[in-house]
Design a protein. Structure first.
Length: 68
């Protein structure tokens, strides 16, 4: 999914949905780090992608909270 599409999708979600997605992304990041540490991860670029997605989610949450 393209970045702009992903951000637009995030902006259409509620804060609760964003928080749930944030938790899922953090779990995925943990699993990726664990796989990397045990040399089972083949696509290491996925770690940075998930980290950026976490930052995007947190940014949209902050924007929504400031808008209230």
């Amino acid at each position: 999914m393209k970045t702009k599409e992903y951000v637009a999708e995030l902006k259409n979600k509620t804060v609760d949905e964003l928080n749930n997605e944030l938790v899922e992304a953090k779990k995925e990041l943990f699993n990726l780090r664990f796989q990397n540490a045990t040399n089972q991860l083949s696509n290491t670029a996925r770690i940075s992608l998930v980290r950026k997605n976490i930052a995007r989610i947190q940014t949209v949450i902050t924007q929504k909270q400031k808008a209230l």
